[in-house]
Write a new protein. Structure first.
Length: 99
């Protein structure tokens, strides 16, 4: 899997959360090699508490509960908007040349 596919998949899951809850954030797992880590998508409720939308393996399949509910997640998160901006910046199709 190419990094573009990984970021696109995480962005897609974050967009689903954003559409359902009005905000979305992604934290990455902190175990393993770090090449394409598992990740967690969450939103903040009206009180500012984090609510888990889903936790996913690097291929975007859901983590089972045993792996999803633990403390092995980054302390920082990216918003859906930040992930989208990263995808646009790094992986936008080349601009078409005027004829």
């Amino acid at each position: 899997m190419h990094q573009r596919d990984y970021v696109a998949g995480a962005r897609h899951k974050a967009k689903q959360c954003f559409d359902n809850h009005g905000n979305a954030f992604v934290k990455i797992g902190v175990t393993g090699s770090g090449q394409k880590p598992c990740y967690r998508v969450f939103y903040k409720d009206a009180n500012g508490s984090e609510e888990i939308f889903g936790s996913y393996w690097d291929m975007h399949d859901p983590l089972d509960n045993e792996h999803a509910i633990n403390t092995n997640w980054s302390t920082n998160a990216m918003t859906y908007e930040e992930i989208h901006a990263l995808m646009v910046e790094k992986h936008s199709p080349p601009a078409k040349k005027a004829i």
